[in-house]
Design a protein around this ligand. Structure first.
Ligand code: PLP
Length: 409
């Protein structure tokens, strides 16, 4: 064989077209922050919803369960659906919360994220349409970009506590609509939907043969206690529910989650499809499945302290941000995010504001357009897990920057 032609060695190898469609703003913005750090400015990372990064500790009995599983030799491959004990624990937890789901309709996944990816891949063809909220948690649109399906954004309204605009949602339905995504409690807005809205969403799904993907990962982080599962409203609704240990059990790095497929026979093919796809990824991480069992069958008292901490931080956030001229912030009702909005000068975008804030103050938030919001609306997301004193100082800096930003315009 002769030498390789040099022209081929010099040429960049092309990547797949789907990468151009794909974006995940929460992490895509990090290189901007690193550039600021390289100038010697301390960056305050308020972009990723990781309680552990802010000092909240994973409950010891979960760490022990995962470690014990490893010591006990549970280090081999597991069934694709997950170990029976973990599936039984999820089933018992849903049943105790009013939704009867047998263990054989539960799958243990590599976080909520993998559950979402499996379900969308099982249900959605290229060119199909999926209803996602605006703003949305961006993983949904990122996965749809890979599938080459189309997100249809239904508005949620900041003037009405970020509740879905049902008329707008209904107006988006077409023969290609397959799935309705419900993120409740919501990231990025902190909204919790009342039963009337939830019922209407189920009615829409029933009327149009849609599957509801119910992202309930913040369900145990409602400020007034655990938020009811969507399935409690109708045991026959076509709902696939997702959650994980990442948020309410303070172990996001473990990538341990589950999905639960509603008992309606309408979802039997979807369940079979999800199982088939799950076979191809072998299994989710083994030792963490023992921690899922421990989490859902053991002590949850850490949640009381965690919720109390969140309520206090939400209060500081809402008070301080609403005091900034031009800014409004709806009070969150769950989780650890807020979505303030700034009335922007004409021609400016949320990204322009957020990058200005980062470069001048080192405070890193994520622009609302990364969550599917119109860029001129001036929304951005804050993760408010830092301690209240630090948050207070951060919001003072945001206020000072915002005044300068608006004056300069
Ligand atoms: C609404 C929502 N769904 C899913 C996820 C992903 O969670 P997991 O770590 O369980 O994959 C997140 C993480 O921030 C989220 O906010």
């Amino acid at each position: 064989m002769g030498p390789m032609p040099t022209s081929n060695i010099a040429r960049a190898i092309p990547v797949a077209a789907r990468v151009n469609r794909f974006s995940y703003a929460i992490r895509n913005i990090i290189p901007e922050a690193q550039a600021v750090e390289a100038r010697g400015v301390r960056v305050r990372y308020l972009n990723i919803g990781d309680p552990v990064a802010f000092g909240f500790q994973t409950p010891a009995h979960l760490v022990e369960a995962a470690a014990r599983a490893m010591r006990d030799g549970h280090n081999g491959y597991l069934p694709s659906q997950g170990i029976p004990a973990a599936r039984e624990a999820v089933s018992a937890d849903y049943t105790a919360r009013g939704v009867n789901i047998p263990p054989d309709r539960v799958l243990i996944t590599t976080g909520t994220s993998e559950g979402i990816e499996l379900a969308l891949n099982a249900l959605v063809n290229e060119g199909d349409e999926v209803l996602v909220p605006s703003p949305t948690y961006p993983l949904y649109t990122a996965v749809l970009a890979k599938i080459n399906a189309t997100p249809k954004y239904y508005r949620t309204d900041p003037k009405r506590d970020w509740l879905p605009d049902l008329d707008h949602l209904r107006s988006l339905i077409s023969p290609r609509t397959r799935v309705l995504v419900s993120i409740d409690p919501n990231n990025p807005t902190g909204a919790v939907y009342p039963p009337s809205i939830r019922r209407a969403m189920i009615e829409v799904a029933d009327a149009h043969g849609l599957t509801i993907l119910a992202d309930e990962v913040y369900g145990e982080l409602g400020y007034e206690g655990t938020v009811p599962l969507l399935g409690t409203l109708d045991p026959d609704a076509p709902i696939i529910s997702f959650s994980s240990l990442s948020k309410a059990y303070l172990a996001p790095g473990w990538r341990a989650g589950w999905l639960a497929v509603g008992t309606t026979p309408r979802l039997n093919d979807a369940l079979a499809a999800i199982r088939k796809l799950a076979d191809g990824r072998l299994c989710s991480p083994g030792p963490m499945q023992y921690a899922v069992t421990a989490a859902l069958t053991g002590d949850r008292s850490h949640q009381t302290a965690f919720r109390r901490a969140l309520v206090e931080r939400a209060r500081v956030t809402t008070e301080k941000l609403n005091a900034i001229p031009g800014m409004t912030c709806v009070a969150p009702k769950a989780a650890f995010y807020a979505m303030p909005m700034l009335s922007l000068p004409r021609g400016r975008t949320d990204e322009d504001y957020v990058l200005g804030l980062l470069r001048e103050t080192g405070i890193l938030c994520v622009y609302g357009s990364g969550f599917g919001m119109p860029p001129e609306q001036g929304s951005f997301r804050i993760v408010f897990l830092a301690d209240p004193g630090e948050l207070d100082a951060i919001y003072t800096d945001i206020g000072d920057f915002t005044r300068r930003y608006l004056e300069r315009a």
